[in-house]
Design a protein around this ligand. Sequence first.
Ligand code: ATP
Ligand code: MG
Length: 563
Amino acid sequence: MSKPIDFIRQIITKDLADGKNNGKVVTRFPPEPNGYLHIGHAKSICLNFGIAREFSGQCNLRFDDTNPAREDEDFVRQIEADVKWLGFQWQGKSHHASDYFEQLYQFAEQLIERKVAYVCSLDAEQIRVLRGTLTEVGSDSPYRQRTTEENLDFFRRMRAGEFCDGEQVLRAKIDMASPNLNMRDPVLYRIRHLRHHLTGTQWCIYPTYDFTHCLSDAIEGVTHSLCTLEFEDHRPLYDWILQQVDVPCHPQQIEFSRLSLDYTLTSKRMLTRLVNEKVVSGWDDPRMPTLSGMRRRGVPAAAIRDFCNRIGVTRKDQQIESSLLDFCIRQQLDHDAPRAMAVLDPLKIIITNYPAGQSELLPAPNHPNRPELGHRQLLFSRELYIERSDFMENPPKKFFRLAPGREVRLRYAYLIRCEEVIRDTSSGEIIALRCHYDPLTRGGSAADGRKVKATLHWVSAAHAVTAQVRLYDRLFTAPTPDSDNFINELNTDSITVINNAQLEASLAQATDDCHYQFERLGYFYPDSNNQQKQQLAFNRTITLRDNRSKKSTYGKSNTGDSQ
Ligand code: ATP
Ligand code: MG
């Protein structure tokens, strides 16, 4: 059953049927290059690029770079890389609002000539006071009646750099009594003696977002300008500006609700604080909801696209449960990820009846349901590691894994029985187990049909490779982190670093385009940053199932109770 199409696709379908825009569909994704893209942006990317693809249209990538104080070329490159990684390609080269600075300036002069814009010499505070409030109308600026000649002269001198920051602004002349505050003579240009990452020192006046956005859309021939609901109150201004000047087309702004996800921040402003205050290691910290952080943690792009598709597009504000994103990630990885064995908290076992110095190869399928992914050979020998939490000396009733005198299965290998516990004489800590294996159970089943209740993962001690493994939990303890107080709502256990994990030998060759399921432990992904330092490191993308309701630790994501 196919999903009903959302309200935006309905509008576009109707526009096409009505022959609007000469049958063209042009959208754009317009990030400000002042931070990395996050999961909220993914919703907008999937929508804009998705629509272009479905309606044989085009989608532009346009950087809204009108605030040189906060923007940077590194952000531009990272945003381009993230959009591509997510699986989308913009039409032609990427655009920048700064490409249009000269055209925008000419449009501003047109507004002055048409007597709908003026240079105001009030300072920011005076402008704020005269604007009025939601319950009180505003008052006219004393500079509102300047002549066209005076305004043009002032505006040209603003451009020429004759004034200091904040001394003059260009404002639209609309209506100081409008119930919509955005229509009370909004500022269109401000003076900023700042170097721009692309235009350098060519400009010392910069257009505001509201002035730039609608005109850039029109210059690019955008047909449907899709943005989030906070811009709804700006739509009258968007339309007003386009009506005042000579533009080739009048794009239609349509708003949809932002993505909010529980336990997650989806605001660049707040993510910037996490980075600047070093709460995380950077924008690509695997705990960050940024696309680069998620990629580094091992989240596949296809899972994010699937998630965006499932949440759909509406005008209702809704908080999406992060378990839906987790579901999409697990479903994708379950299909994609080859299986491997790794022991995070090693406990040595010695197979007393297996000859020292001997080893053998045991075949193991790379995927339980995808024979086309083939097999690998696991090395088995006298000394092995199992997970410390898979053994209990005095097991409670429901614990079916290894215990003194009990037999369990080592996956793809043999049945073993624990014969003796070896302790450190001074600390009393268990340091190894002496076990007996049944050579007639090769592959893991007994010819006499006897059953065991647990199957454990293991690695050969002599052949295993050591790696650092990092386990992650959500970054916040609060389901809706408070915009002012989120620093106090951090989960202090959001990262666990294990330095002595023992991995099956084949993982020494792990490449950073391959995801793995470490059997019973979750999905893992090689950390690219660490590979450069020649140290094998893996990030856990996600556990095998949501075990938050139980008390979760890494050794218990699957009890190993036998199939
Ligand atoms: P911040 O989250 O700090 O407010 P922003 O939303 O202003 O950042 P931009 O770079 O301006 O970030 O956003 C680019 C585009 O992505 C905009 O069209 C914006 O509406 C959209 N977008 C940003 N956050 C979300 C979100 N949470 N859900 C859906 N779309 C989003
Ligand atoms: Mg914004």
